[in-house]
Design a protein around this ligand. Sequence first.
Ligand code: ZN
Length: 89
Amino acid sequence: MSARATLTITPVAELGPSGRYVLLDCPHGTTRVVSANAERGVQLEEADLIRAALARHFGEERCGCIAKLWPQYFAGYGLGEIPLAVGAP
Ligand SMILES: [Zn+2]
C-alpha cells in the first residue's frame, strides 16, 4: 500500500478574507501554497490553490501519494495530467 498525502487548508486572517495556507504533505516532500486575492486581481478559489499545490507537488516529487486527491480537483484526468485548453480547436 502506498503512502497518502495529507491536505490541510488554513485561513490566514492577516492576508484578508481570501487568505489561505495550503499544506500538502507526504513522506517524499512538503508543498506549501500561500495566497490572497488582490481586490481587483484575478479571484482564485480555494480549489484553484489546491490544484496549484497538487501540480507543484507532482512536479517536484513525482510520487503517487496524491493519486487519490488528483481526480477530485482534475476531474476526468489521470495523475499528472492538467487540462489547459479542453475543447480548443
Ligand atoms: Zn509522496
